[in-house]
Structures are given as C-alpha cells and as structure tokens.
Design a protein around this ligand. Structure first.
Ligand code: GCU
Length: 332
C-alpha cells in the first residue's frame, strides 16, 4: 500500500514533468535580427516587442533577439525572413529596394524637410499597408517603422560644399536610388553592407560614408572620419518587417499580438532615439569629430532635378511620393 502510494506520486510527478517540458518544447521560437549594438534604439524597441509578446502569449512564444548582425547582413537575413526561419527583422528601406521597388521612396533625397514631418508620415498605419502592398510576393510585410534620423555625409576630409564631394568615393546602402543620388552629387557611390564600412574606411577603400550620428559612435566610424556635415540628404526608416510565412500561419488573435508588439516597439524606439542622438553627438565630439553646418539648399538644389528622373525610372514610387510630399507640405 505504502509502496503503491510512493509509486503513484512518482508517476504523477514524472507525468507532470513530461507535460511541462512538452509545453516548454512546444513554444515557438521567434527570432528577431538586427544589425545594431544593444544600446541602439532599434534594440530597445525590440526589447519592448519581446516583453509585449511574452506578456500576452509567453506560454506560446519564446522571443529571441539577435543584435549585431549575428545572423548575417540584412540583405542575407531578408532571405531567411522569406523562408520563415527568421520571423522579424529591422531593415533600412534602402536594403529592401532591390526586392520591391516601392521601398526606394525613402532614398529619394530631400523628400522631407523636417524630421517632424518624416516621423509623422511613417507613423501612419496606412503607410505601412501601402508599402506592404506586395507582401505575398515579397515574402515579408511591414508592421512598424523605426526612425533612423537624418542621413548626412561624413568623411576623412571636410565636406563644406557640394564641390568637396567631387570624385570622392562614398559608401552608400545598396539600392539604385542611392547610386543615382551620389552620381548627381558628383561623387562615386560604393554600395556595401553596413558591417563592412569600418574596415573599408580604415583601409582607404572609401573616403567617407553617410549615415546618422550613431554610426560615428556605435560603429566607431568616428575613429576614422573626423568631419560630419549636416547636409541632411535623406530620412530613411528601418522597417520592422515580419515574415509573411510566419504571419500567415498565425490565428487572428496571435497576429494581433505581434502587430501590437510592433507598435509598442516603434513607440519605445522613437522615445529612445532623440535622447541617444544627443548623447552620441557629445560622444563623437570627444572622439575628435567636428560637426559642420552647411547651406543645405546648395546640396538640395543639386539633386532636386533627380526626383523627376527617379520617378520615371521607378513609377512604383509615384503614389507614395505624392502622398509624402503633401504630408511634408502640411507638417513642415
Ligand atoms: C543605419 C540604419 C541601418 C542601416 C545602416 C546602413 O544605421 O539604421 O538599418 O543598415 O544605417 O547604413 O547600412
């Protein structure tokens, strides 16, 4: 009798253990990839995403964030997103342009005249929908947008006017619009992955690059480039893209959890962004970087004629171009 009772308890414990480990095993691993370091606003946004999903459906999903390009450069990870191996990724629109031409829109130089207009524009749910119009074919869709501030030139020699760009080699993000833009500025475009820029600068393969201030500090480009020019040529968001394969496998309730998580991530990222930029600027000054203010209209006027040409070459952008221009006018 006594023996039977012990055996019964042991069996019950074993069964409970098997059940709980089955439950643990049954959790779906959700992988998020990005290229930034762990103090970057994109990472902070994804921590909010993870916390939200796990607070709503932590029994089902185990959200894992892979920063620092540990899963690979964005261009490669996008393939994994399509296959459903990686479920979410933050990726610059410039990197998606070669998959779907509509994303070229944010590479059009001087599309917005203020970050206020740009941030307001990308925060509209209808913009996410319009960008995701080909989601089924693309294999991914946009659930949110992180701001990545304003892109500016930085270099080993000071850029004070358009003439200073002439004949220089500048790294740009991949995408035909970026190449066209650099040509219009009179410089040579060298497209390459984000992670390769530091050594290319160091080895003299390129003279400079273009990005927001965090590239100077987080990616250490400020160790090599001591001049950062506020020409403000682009405002290009990092989209929170979700794998279509993954999203279409979800129940409507679970899908809503991930959609809401992306909105929470966006809010957290926006809040972190402005604070972090101010800090990075101070940090870069300590690294010896000089910030140069220029007459931005000289830079703008140089590339404005390109708009018409870009729209002709890439009509997929036209509707969103008109919408963004109207929004910009109304929210200057
Ligand atoms: C920014 C942006 C990244 C992008 C990078 C680049 O850091 O946030 O998404 O990859 O610029 O220039 O490649």
């Amino acid at each position: 009798m006594h023996f039977k009772k012990i055996l019964g308890t042991a069996l019950a414990v074993a069964a409970a253990f098997a059940l709980s480990s089955q439950a643990a095993m049954a959790k779906t691993v959700v992988r998020i990839s990005h290229t930034q370091i762990e103090t970057h606003p994109d990472h902070i946004g994804f921590v909010a995403f993870k916390n939200y999903v796990e607070s709503k459906a932590g029994d089902k999903y185990d959200v894992q964030i892979f920063p620092n390009s540990t899963l690979g450069a964005n261009e490669k990870v996008l393939e994994l997103v399509k296959q459903g191996v990686v479920q979410f990724l933050s990726v610059s629109t410039a990197n998606i342009e070669s998959f779907d031409k509509i994303y070229g829109i944010f590479s059009v130089p001087y599309l917005f005249t203020s970050e206020k207009a740009y941030e307001g524009f990308i925060s509209q749910p209808k913009v996410l929908k319009e960008l995701s119009v080909n989601a089924k074919q693309d294999g991914f869709e946009c659930l949110g947008a992180f701001t990545a501030g304003t892109r500016n030139f930085y270099s080993k020699t000071p850029i004070k006017s358009v003439a200073d760009l002439k004949g220089k080699k500048f790294r740009v993000q991949a995408g035909p619009t970026n190449v066209a833009m650099m040509n219009a500025f009179g410089a040579a475009a060298t497209p390459m992955s984000f992670g390769e820029v530091y050594s290319a600068l160091q080895q003299g393969v390129i003279d400079g690059a273009e990005n927001n201030e965090l590239a100077l500090t987080d990616q250490k480009h400020g160790e090599v480039c001591k001049y950062f020019t506020y020409d403000g040529h682009q405002m290009c968001p990092d989209m929170i893209v979700g794998s279509e394969k993954f999203l279409s496998s979800l129940s409507p309730e679970d899908r809503k959890v991930f959609e809401d998580a992306a909105q929470e991530a966006q809010k957290a990222e926006f809040a972190a962004w402005h604070k972090r930029i101010a800090e990075a600027k101070e940090q870069a000054k300590k690294m010896g970087v000089e910030f140069i203010n220029v007459d931005t209209s000289e830079f703008r006027n140089k590339v404005l004629p390109l708009h018409e040409k870009l729209l002709k070459e890439n009509p997929a952008m036209k509707a969103m171009y008109d919408e963004a221009s109207a929004y910009n006018e109304a929210h200057k």
